[in-house]
Design a protein around this ligand. Structure first.
Ligand SMILES: *Cc1c(COP(=O)(O)O)cnc(C)c1O
Length: 401
């Protein structure tokens, strides 16, 4: 048995089988590169679903982590810590909102936004408590908690997990008429991904987000963007909503906020909305811990200092243009925003073998919905590394036929 097989066998024996990873065991990482237990190197074209936008083990972020680890790591929110305020201010300055509420994982940020919207709906908009409705989109991905999968349309995520939560109204994505029709007097929020990541990098029509924003404002409904995957430079701007000139009422953030080293998430909103939270009404033991704050400050600094959003725009256009040139009859569409790209193959195509072939040649990517492969390298990738990745992709795709 090779070392790889041995470790995979351990995972299989002792770990719950809630994932089906590619057969590669990673042991090291630096920048856009990861290395397996046998010392073979790979370009990381998944970036932990965009949690590693700053690259693996960015020196500035690791420095912030180790410095803070020498001082103070966890206090809970029973006390103040000397990094929290600094982090919240940095995140508010970056995002253009008044206030932030820190959590750990993306799903917790979404849960926080749901609570915030419902409370706002009741206390500010005057909806009877228990009647608040949140409008969401088909094929959404907002996380894995029971509340969140209550409004998923992916049966695999839901099977056997009932009973589910009420108060969610599911409409087609990229359909402003459906949004307008779905709004009732009880609607408190519209929760939407500005680009649907897990659905396969679905980019809505130009103007969709603007129209949705307008409709929400008109009906006094909060427009809440889930930018957990699309934010922090991934799509070529601080937030994907910025590309459309749209300012949400609140944004859910996570993934790259932790700089690829630590789970950090947050909801940002303006004062009128965030003020619905009062002491005791919400919280998290680890949320806002000083280690997370130190890491997140460095994570945002890196995005800004290295101009990673602009870099993602430039290299993203190049990536899609080069992918377009690949001769493969089974490809039906190339799409994306910034460095969040997807190649869709014809219906029924199983991309697992293709991802294994990419891995064997030294590039890691994962299929979604069987026939779509997402390419989302760390934003610190340079043109040479991208060309190297494109060579591998071309070689593999051109053998598919
Ligand atoms: C990954 C993701 C989440 C969930 O984040 P976790 O940290 O895995 O809980 C929520 N929304 C979107 C859009 C995501 O991509």
């Amino acid at each position: 048995m090779t070392k790889t097989d041995e470790i995979i066998a351990l995972n299989e024996q002792y770990g719950a089988h809630n994932y089906h990873p590619l057969p590669v065991v990673l042991a090291k990482g630096e920048g856009v590169w990861v290395e397996d237990v046998d010392g073979k190197k790979y370009l990381d074209f998944l970036s932990a679903y965009s949690a590693v936008n700053q690259g693996h083990r960015h020196p500035k972020i690791i420095q912030a982590l180790t410095d803070q680890a020498q001082r103070l790591t966890l206090t809970s929110r029973a006390f103040h810590n000397d990094r929290l305020g600094e982090f919240l201010k940095r995140l508010c300055d970056y995002s253009g909102f008044d206030m932030a509420l820190p959590m750990n994982t993306g799903a917790e940020a979404v849960e926080t936004a749901i609570k915030m919207a419902r409370r706002w709906g009741h206390q500010v908009k005057g909806i009877a408590d228990g009647s608040q409705e949140i409008i969401v989109c088909e094929n959404n991905f907002h996380g894995r908690t029971v509340t969140i999968i209550s409004f998923s349309t992916d049966e695999e995520c839901r099977l056997g997990y009932g009973p589910f939560n009420q108060g969610f109204n599911i409409i087609p994505y990229n359909d402003v008429k459906a949004l307008e029709a779905a709004i009732t007097a009880n609607s408190c929020a519209f929760l939407v991904e500005p680009v649907q990541g897990e659905a396969g990098v679905i980019v809505p029509d130009a103007g969709y987000l603007q129209e949705a924003r307008r409709i929400c404002s008109e009906h006094n409904v909060l427009f809440i963007a889930d930018e957990i995957q699309t934010g922090f430079g991934r799509c070529g701007a601080r937030f994907a909503c910025d590309l459309e000139g749209v300012k949400p009422d609140a944004i859910c953030l996570g993934k790259a906020l932790g700089g690829g080293v630590f789970p950090v998430s947050a909801v940002v909103a303006n004062k009128e909305v965030m003020e619905v939270f009062t002491p005791g009404s919400h919280g998290s033991t680890f949320g806002g811990n000083p280690l997370a704050c130190a890491v997140a400050i460095a994570a945002i600094d890196v995005l800004e200092e290295e101009n990673l959003a602009a870099h993602a725009t430039e290299l993203g256009e190049y990536l899609r243009a080069q992918l377009d040139k690949i001769e493969c009859a089974k490809i039906v569409e190339i799409r994306g925003r910034g460095l969040l790209a997807a190649v869709e193959f014809e219906a029924g195509f199983e991309a697992w073998d293709t991802c294994v072939a990419l891995k064997d040649k030294g590039l890691l990517a994962k299929q979604t919905h069987g026939n779509i492969i997402r390419f989302a390298p760390p934003l610190v990738i340079n043109k040479q590394e991208l060309d190297h990745g494109l060579r591998i992709i071309r070689e593999v795709f051109e053998t598919i036929g």
